[in-house]
Design a protein around this ligand. Structure first.
Ligand SMILES: *[C@@H]1O[C@H](CO)[C@@H](O)[C@H](O)[C@H]1NC(C)=O
Ligand SMILES: *[C@@H]1O[C@H](CO)[C@@H](O)[C@H](O)[C@H]1NC(C)=O
Ligand SMILES: *[C@@H]1O[C@H](CO)[C@@H](O)[C@H](O)[C@H]1NC(C)=O
Ligand SMILES: *[C@@H]1O[C@H](CO)[C@@H](O)[C@H](O)[C@H]1NC(C)=O
Length: 356
């Protein structure tokens, strides 16, 4: 009973100290949050979205895991924009006006698992743009102005599961660009002006292989040629691309001795592409499945031919047999009424002998 009043001042001091320390902590965490953002210290999320920003705030906490910069007015980013944010897992730059992006923009962000660049003005990407992102799982490049992808762009993304290229200006893609994506599960390709000609044939094979492996693709609707407009290239029979192999063989046989551009030579009307000098390079690859398909078609043709000939022979034989039988029956009928009529029989014998 006597001890407590003595201890009271100590307890008071301790409590004051604790309250001060906590408020200082809160103040310091508030201080470390950029003025134009809100920071969640438990989820380590920094939300700078919709603030009309034209540059990335300089004082983003170093331990930030999620950085939201969507719905701003960013049009360009300096090379070292995220250099200190090595803990960053998710980065959202959607709905800005980003155009040219520096090649090593994400160079130090080894922990990034998701990048969203939806709805910007990106027209081209550097081959090294996605280097050094070993954990990246989701990449959204939809609603941009991409007209082609450099081969090698996805070479270093072993963990990529989900990729969107929807709503760009892509006309063609190379199979070799996508082959390194061994963990890809979902790809979005819709709403692009696809040209379903020889250049896209190998990518069609990659899509078929990817679907077979269980991968999901939204759609790839042809815009050109006119005859295939609106059709998904996966539904276009592979035989429609057979002429590509012919072109390939012709090109291997003798590219020099043909005056016309090799790519326009001997193309059936429905798939005639624009004459293009780089066609031969892109038609080298002919996977085993295509060779097997061609073999199957040839064997099926031979078997059908043999069956057809046999059917014609059988039909002809049947016709001849039927006509012979009919003649025989006619003669039999002619004779029957004369049976037992000796006069008639004699007459007939007379006729026969006169003929003889
Ligand atoms: C901070 O993040 C946590 C975990 O995600 C969440 O439960 C909490 O509501 C967030 N706080 C604020 C102020 O948004
Ligand atoms: C960020 O990194 C640069 C060097 O890359 C360094 O000079 C600077 O102090 C760092 N800033 C912070 C806030 O850690
Ligand atoms: C990446 O994250 C892991 C675990 O989340 C962490 O141990 C590591 O330090 C991080 N790397 C960097 C460069 O911050
Ligand atoms: C794309 O971004 C612009 C500018 O931020 C915005 O006005 C527009 O609504 C966005 N469009 C879509 C489809 O998100």
């Amino acid at each position: 009973m006597q001890a407590s009043p003595k201890r009271f001042p100590h307890r008071w001091a301790l409590e004051t100290f604790l309250v001060c320390w906590l408020s200082m902590c809160a103040a310091s965490s508030l201080l470390s949050c950029p003025t134009s953002c809100t920071c969640n210290t438990s989820s380590l999320e920094v939300d700078c979205s919709g603030r009309g920003l034209t540059a990335i705030p300089p004082d983003i906490p170093q331990d930030t895991r999620t950085l939201l910069l969507l719905n701003n007015r960013l049009s360009s980013l300096p090379g070292a924009s995220f250099s200190n944010l090595s803990s960053l897992h998710r980065l959202d730059l959607s709905n800005n006006f980003l155009d040219q992006l520096p090649s090593q923009l994400f160079g130090d962000l080894v922990n990034l698992t998701e990048i969203r660049l939806r709805n910007n003005s990106i027209r081209s990407l550097d081959r090294d743009f996605l280097q050094g992102l070993p954990l990246l799982r989701r990449l959204d490049l939809s609603l941009n102005g991409l007209s082609q992808l450099p081969p090698g762009l996805f070479d270093d993304l072993p963990m990529l599961h989900w990729l969107s290229l929807r709503s760009n200006r892509l006309q063609s893609l190379e199979r070799i660009t996508f082959e390194p994506l061994s963990n890809l599960e979902n790809i979005q390709l819709g709403d692009n002006p696809w040209e379903c000609d020889c250049k896209l044939r190998d990518f069609k094979h990659w899509m078929e292989w990817f679907s077979y492996r269980g991968g999901k693709i939204d759609e790839l609707q042809c815009t050109l040629p006119k005859e295939l407009r609106g059709r998904d290239i996966r539904m276009v029979p592979v035989e429609m691309f057979n002429y590509c192999s012919q072109l390939e063989d012709e090109n291997i046989a003798g590219p020099g001795d043909r005056p016309t551009p090799p790519c326009t030579k001997g193309i059936p009307a429905p798939l005639e592409p624009e004459p293009s000098p780089d066609c031969p390079q892109k038609q080298r690859y002919r996977p085993a499945s295509v060779r097997r398909a061609i073999g199957t078609v040839i064997i099926a043709g031979v078997v059908c031919g043999v069956v057809c000939i046999m059917m014609v022979v059988a039909a002809a034989y049947g016709c001849i047999y039927a006509s012979l039988m009919a003649k025989y029956h006619r003669e039999l009928k002619k004779r029957q009424p004369l049976m037992g009529d000796t006069e008639g029989e004699q007459e007939e014998q007379r006729q026969i002998s006169s003929v003889a």
